[in-house]
Ligand binder design. Structure first.
Ligand SMILES: Cc1cc2nc3c(=O)[nH]c(=O)nc-3n(C[C@H](O)[C@H](O)[C@H](O)COP(=O)(O)OP(=O)(O)OC[C@H]3O[C@@H](n4cnc5c(N)ncnc54)[C@H](O)[C@@H]3O)c2cc1C
Length: 464
């Protein structure tokens, strides 16, 4: 794909080319009988590789998808697309599609899949490629001017923000400074470089923590590993062979959060009583999570965020059984421990002195460790977003915070709402930035539909 310095006006500039940006481009670059020509599209992405983003850029074989292959197609209209790709890969060992449906494939294979699908599309209508980051977007006559970190500019009639998962900072108390040597969990090379004999403390106990532990384990780690999270909870495992269940969420919709949780527990108990895994209960509501979220009044959503979200997260964001088995094995051997508490302070080492305030008692314990890993995952609030673009857009009144301060406010199609709440012409977003409006907006089963819809809206807009 050419990287051009032209400043001719584009039809659509896509900012961020992880999975979402790549899929929006895929849809925009397609031509069918109804199209009057290929659109001029630019992809602005600082990473060298397209379609990888945070999740699929990992080179590590032990980092596997947390969704089985049957559900990972990039296209709603071709549900077997990823399975077909996977079946043709050496990793599949010649297995047929049916046998691969329940497989949790390496994420690097999924990244290659997305990149391959985009490259095939781009071969006919190459998008402009900028290996750069957008730092500002300014309305101008007929569209928008994008300022890039390099100092270059782009001009486009419409813009799609596909910024994805922005990294959360280490949760230190106000004013505290992180000492040198903190490793970021999404920096796979830095995690892989941790000495196998090191004592390691991981802050956070979600999917990024699981990635870190799997890498340490794959590297033959001998030192003790301690994960610290506020509630001391970590993701539960998928049940092998769980398949989508028949819906039945109508009974939940009129209920408040607490009553919904009670009913969910009852469904889980019924499944177990029938000889099925409790995970069946989650499968029943998984496709309907957006409907469940948007049907809650704001105060009930707040109640969910205050009281239920930690429990929701570990049941909803489950890990592959093989990943769970590694964690269980390390825990049983006393080599991996999960503590409930929050980071109180960190003092420079060596060894680093990590002070953890225990949940419940408030007692402060000190862990002397060689490495501290920040695995706190994604930054969800618009406030404090670790990307210069969002504050710049906010200062221009082009975005406002989404419900509960989470992400940004959008219309049902993902069009941004400005400071006054009015949809901003020609500006869309998708993915994690829509979390406040939709809650369930971070995994492929939702993202592929959002990508198709945003692309259709942008195409219609530039055709006017
Ligand atoms: C560790 C991990 C594992 C996951 N596993 C799964 C899974 O198994 N199945 C599943 O369905 N989902 C999974 N997810 C969810 C995952 O986030 C989505 O599937 C998908 O990758 C999101 O794609 P995205 O494009 O929205 O975000 P990202 O992949 O984060 O991509 C966003 C891109 O935007 C770029 N960007 C950011 N700011 C700018 C800027 N100002 N200018 C230009 N570019 C910018 C970034 O460099 C990045 O490449 C996982 C997520 C993580 C973090």
């Amino acid at each position: 794909m050419p990287s051009s310095s032209t400043s001719a006006r584009l039809d659509v500039a896509i900012v961020g080319a992880g999975a979402c940006g790549a899929l929006v481009a895929w849809h925009l670059l397609g031509r069918d009988a109804a199209d009057d020509g290929a659109l001029r599209v630019a992809l602005v992405e600082p990473r060298a590789a397209l379609a990888q983003g945070v999740a699929y850029s990992t080179p590590r074989a032990e980092h596997i998808l947390n969704v089985n292959a049957a559900r990972m197609s990039a296209f709603d209209t071709r549900p077997d697309d990823f399975l077909q790709y996977l079946a043709a890969q050496p990793e599949a060992g010649g297995q047929e599609i049916d046998a691969l449906a329940g497989v949790f494939a390496p994420r690097r294979v999924y990244g290659r899949y997305l990149a391959q699908r985009l490259a095939t599309r781009a071969a006919a209508a190459a998008p402009e490629r900028r290996t750069d980051a957008a730092v500002d977007i300014r309305p101008e006559a007929g569209g928008y001017a994008l300022s890039l970190a390099s100092g270059a500019a782009l001009h486009a009639r419409a813009v799609v923000l596909a910024l994805g998962n922005l990294p959360a900072a280490l949760p230190l108390p106000p004013g505290a400074v992180a000492p040198a040597g903190v490793v970021e969990a999404w920096d796979h090379a830095a995690v892989a470089a941790i000495d196998p004999g090191d004592e390691v403390c991981i802050v956070g106990a979600g999917l990024s923590m699981v990635d870190v532990v799997l890498t340490l384990h794959a590297n033959g780690h001998r030192g003790r590993i301690t994960a610290v999270s506020r509630h001391g909870l970590m993701p539960l495992a998928h049940a092998p062979g769980t398949l989508p269940q028949a819906g039945g969420i109508d009974a939940l919709l009129p209920l408040g959060v607490h009553a919904r949780m009670r009913m969910l527990r009852r469904w889980a108990a019924e499944a177990v009583a029938a000889g099925r895994p409790w995970q069946d209960a989650m499968e029943r509501l998984r496709p309907q999570v957006q409907a469940l979220w948007t049907s809650l009044p704001a105060d009930e959503q707040r109640r969910f965020l205050r009281h239920a979200v930690r429990y929701w997260d570990i049941h909803r964001h489950r890990i592959a059984p093989e990943a769970a088995a590694v964690l269980a094995e390390l825990q049983a051997a006393g080599r991996f421990t999960l503590r409930a508490g929050h980071l109180h302070a960190v003092e420079a080492g060596p060894p680093l002195q990590v002070r953890v305030r225990a949940r419940g008692t408030g007692r402060v314990d000190t862990l002397a460790v060689d490495r501290l890993v920040n695995a706190t995952g994604m930054h969800k609030a618009l406030r404090g977003a670790p990307d210069p673009l969002l504050p710049a857009l906010q200062a221009r009144g082009l975005v406002r915070a989404g419900p509960h301060g989470l992400g940004v406010d959008t219309t049902v199609d993902g069009q941004l709402r400005g400071a006054d709440g009015v949809p901003v012409p020609g500006l869309w977003t998708l993915g994690a930035l829509r979390i406040g409006s939709l809650w369930e907006s971070i995994a492929m089963p939702e993202l592929r539909g959002q990508a198709a819809r945003v692309a259709a809206c942008a195409r219609a807009y530039v055709a006017r």
